[in-house]
Structures are given as structure tokens and as C-alpha cells.
Write a new protein. Structure first.
Length: 278
């Protein structure tokens, strides 16, 4: 739904998008492009959380001489920025394939004059591997990383507003701070942080989605700035908040599960190390 609302044509609101997708593509339409993200989400999340925590520990070691020292706000911001930069290298190709698969049967605009629907049932890509190979052959590495600039502008502030609020809310909700947060504290703090992060990231998420969807049939945008200007001129400021409700609603449960899995995994590994090395 997020991609259709942000980069598609003819969807008035979320409910209209849901009904249109179901009417035209049945339930399968809601799961297009899911295989590639599902196959890579474990690696992607491991890298993001690993880069963030290790960068934070390194900064604490350099600043205080103790990697376990509670990080200051500047350290968390820098660690979040590094995690955001690294994440783009892995996430950009995955998101491009997902968006191309989701948008290949959508209406497109030719010469900015009027919508021309694609042939019903026609698909340019047969699946994620075929999509990746086709984009690589036709557009090269630059095509695979199309929208990378917009994704950096999305993920750097996005991860700052992801990890920092989580740390704050976790310490506020849990009486013992973040030394040993309870599962309920992790779940709630992670969910709130995820919702906040996606609300802040939505404007550049719209731009990224449009850039990555661009090229399925036509190339409308020359780059990030051109996409911002064209989108604003054609649809006004409101275009940058398309899909914000879907993003916020989706962000809460996914981030809750992500942080809960991360924190519980760390506890289990630490407990295992303690038992192995008494």
C-alpha cells in the first residue's frame, strides 16, 4: 500500500488503495515483491543493529575509556548516522526490486499529459531475480542504486529518530533504565520509536519510492532534486506525506518485534557466555 500510494496513480486514500488493489489483483496483490525483502531482512537488520551498537561502543571507549559506558546524545546520533549510511548499501537494491515488482502493473504518465494504463496482466519482470538481472543489464550499477541519494536523506534522520527515541522511551518506561529493560518496556519503546521514525522519514520515502519506480516504463526524473521539484509542482506539498498513516501504523509492530528480538537475543547470548565462562 505504501508504494502504491506514494508512486502510483489514481489512489485517493488508503481505503481506496486497498479496495483497488484487491479488486484488480485479489489478495496476492498485497504480497507483491515480498520475497526479496524477506530473504534479506535478517542480514539487513543484523548489519544495522550491529553497526549502531558497535559504533556506539567504540565512541564510548574513545570518549570515556569504557565501551559499556552509557552513551551521550551526540554518540547515539553519530552511531545512527553511520548505521543509516551502511544500510543504504544493502537496502537500496532490495527496495528497488520490491518497488519495481509492485509498480510494474500500475498506470504511468507519458509526457506528463495523461495516464496510460499498462496492459492488464502484463508484467515486465517475472520475479525478483529476473528484475534484478534486467535492471543490472539495462541500467548498470547506477540503476540498481537508483534513489540512493533520497534513501540516504531518508535513513540518516530516520535512524536518528529510531534509536534515540527508543533509548529515551526505554529508560523512561523502565524503572531500572536500559540496563535490563523488561520485554514490555522494549516492546512499547520500540513501537513508539518506529512510528516516530517513519513519520519523520515519510517525505523522503515518497521521493525514494518515486525514483525507484521510475524507469519501469519511462524515466521522468533526472535525480532527487528534480523528483522533489516535479512532485511539488504537480501535486503540492501534501504529496510528501502520502502513505504516512500506513508507515506509522506499520512502523509500530515491526519495530516492536525488531527491538524485542534484538534485546532478547543479546540477553540470551550474554547468559550463555556467563554459563560457559563462570
Amino acid at each position: 500500500l505504501q508504494t502504491r500510494l506514494q508512486a502510483g496513480q489514481g489512489y485517493g486514500n488508503t481505503l481506496s488503495c486497498v479496495l483497488t488493489v484487491y479488486r484488480n489483483e485479489s489478495v496476492a496483490g498485497f504480497f507483491k515483491g515480498m520475497s526479496f525483502p524477506l530473504a534479506s531482512i535478517a542480514v539487513y537488520s543484523s548489519v544495522v543493529f550491529g553497526v549502531f551498537s558497535n559504533t556506539q561502543r567504540l565512541l564510548s571507549q574513545l570518549r570515556h575509556g569504557d565501551p559499556s559506558h552509557a552513551p551521550v546524545l551526540a554518540d547515539m546520533a553519530l552511531a545512527s548516522t553511520v548505521a543509516g549510511i551502511i544500510s543504504v548499501g544493502i537496502g537500496a537494491p532490495v527496495e528497488l526490486v520490491k518497488i519495481r515488482l509492485q509498480m510494474q502493473t500500475q498506470p504511468y504518465i507519458e509526457a506528463n499529459i495523461k495516464p496510460k494504463p499498462t496492459v492488464p496482466g502484463f508484467s515486465m519482470y517475472r520475479g525478483p531475480v529476473h528484475c534484478f538481472r534486467t535492471v543490472l543489464e539495462k541500467e548498470g550499477i547506477a540503476g540498481i542504486y537508483r534513489g540512493m541519494g533520497a534513501m540516504l536523506l531518508r535513513d540518516i534522520p530516520g535512524y536518528c529518530s529510531y534509536f534515540i527515541p527508543y533509548t529515551f522511551f526505554c529508560g523512561w518506561i523502565n524503572p531500572d533504565g536500559c540496563i535490563s529493560p523488561s520485554p514490555s518496556s522494549i516492546w512499547l519503546a520500540g513501537g513508539v520509536a518506529g512510528a516516530i521514525s517513519w513519520v519523520i522519514a515519510t517525505p523522503m520515502d515518497v521521493v525514494k519510492s518515486r525514483l525507484q519506480a521510475d524507469g519501469v516504463y519511462l524515466n521522468k526524473y533526472k535525480g532527487t532534486l528534480d523528483c522533489i521539484l516535479q512532485s511539488y509542482q504537480n501535486e503540492g506539498l501534501k504529496v510528501f506525506f502520502r502513505g504516512i498513516t500506513v508507515n506509522a501504523v506499520r512502523g509500530f509492530p515491526t519495530s516492536s518485534a525488531m527491538f524485542l528480538g534484538y534485546e532478547l537475543s543479546l540477553k540470551a547470548m550474554k547468559r550463555g557466555q556467563t554459563e560457559t565462562n563462570p
